[in-house]
Design a binder for this molecule. Structure first.
Ligand code: PEP
Ligand code: MN
Length: 352
């Protein structure tokens, strides 16, 4: 349920309400809105009518509103205004389109650095790259581990781009967070609840990919795990779902984008690379996602896709990524979003 505080309510009144909530064995999450402050009340213990009644008449409380959805903190019912996440000056969730680009996996220093420079020059905002790779087959490339993170962090630093990288296990969360600015939870781990709990406790944004067979409700409940641990910086990523169609690697659920905007305040980006599995479908699907209201895109780019150790078939060459960026801009503008003018030059000094 939501406790709506009066506009003129005092700090001590808010504190008193939070105390009552915690004494009942529940957790209160404060949301400061433009108009007023509300408290989302969540927990495993059911809200007893006595508590509801007590809070209803508590000083400073305007009203109590039930949250009808099973996901609470991720719902728009609790927070009508969009969550905007700031990663090193790049904002995600507002009118600006964010473009995350880079290789599927870090392979060599040159591959990572060349790709980072190319995507930066084409206007990407954030560098992506995996060092710990989830793999359907144990015989596929599984990433360079910490060495890969070092390469990625170095290229991110030298290009001035924030870095996103995937974390596979709860034990690796701290390690990946030392190098990456955003932690990625992959589709295969969307319901790894121990991992979700763990990233919920770190102070860095988390990009939560949709599980390949997850419903939108299951996805928002997975986000709820992270939010309920206190980490409010969750970005959702639609990356295609499993259907009967085999031509594409997955089927991109474009409708998920406006549905998420309706149900949740969290930003949603689209990953047409994993959704399609084919490089020549990446740009058309990217355009469709942007037209559908995505807050951003995640695109796989490789210097030589035919020689990539992972996901080469869906990776764009530098040239094709540049073309994608050129095509995305007018579509973004048509739906009221701006591309960030980040095609600015690479900083002269790589800094510390
Ligand atoms: C990836 O981003 O490289 C990846 C493995 O994606 P997904 O979890 O969506 O398959
Ligand atoms: Mn990949």
């Amino acid at each position: 349920m939501i406790v709506v505080m009066k506009r003129e309510s005092a700090e001590e009144e808010l504190g008193q309400v939070l105390k009552q909530i915690s004494e009942a064995g529940l957790k209160g999450h404060i949301v400061h809105g433009a108009e007023r402050t509300v408290i989302g009340v969540v927990g495993v213990v059911p809200v007893l009518p006595e508590l509801k009644e007590m809070l209803e008449f508590a000083p400073g409380v305007e009203e109590i509103v039930p949250i009808t959805k099973p996901y609470k903190l991720s719902s728009r019912e609790l927070q009508p205004q969009n969550t905007v996440i700031n990663v090193g000056g790049v904002t995600i969730g507002d009118k600006e389109m964010v473009v995350i680009a880079g290789p599927c996996a870090a392979e060599t220093e040159k591959q990572v650095m060349d790709t980072a420079q190319a995507v930066k020059a084409a206007g990407a905002d954030i560098l992506r790259g995996g060092a710990f790779k989830p793999s359907t087959s144990p015989y596929h490339f599984r990433g360079l581990g910490e060495g890969g993170l070092r390469l990625l962090a170095q290229s991110a630093r030298e290009t001035g781009l924030p870095l996103i990288s995937e974390v596979l296990t709860p034990e690796d969360v701290e390690l990946v967070a030392r190098y990456a600015d955003i932690l990625q939870i992959g589709a295969r781990n969307m319901q790894n609840f121990v991992l979700l709990d763990r990233v919920g406790k770190i102070g860095k944004p988390v990009l939560l990919k949709r599980g390949m067979s997850a419903t939108i409700q299951e996805w928002l409940l997975a986000a709820e795990y992270i939010l309920s641990q206190g980490n409010r910086q969750v970005i959702l990523c639609e990356r295609g779902i499993r259907t009967f169609e085999t031509y594409t690697r997955n089927t991109m659920d474009i409708s998920a984008i406006p549905i998420i905007h309706k149900l949740s305040h969290l930003p949603i980006i689209a990953d047409p690379s994993h959704a399609t599995g084919k490089w020549y479908l990446v740009t058309p699907l990217a355009l469709a996602a942007v037209a559908g209201g995505a807050n951003g895109l995640m695109i796989e780019v490789h210097p030589t896709p035919d020689r990539a150790l992972k996901d080469g078939a869906q990776s764009l060459t530098f040239e094709n990524f540049e073309l994608l960026m050129q095509q995305v801009a007018p579509v973004a503008a048509a739906v009221g979003r701006r591309m960030r003018a980040s095609a600015a030059s690479v900083p002269a000094s790589s800094g510390g």
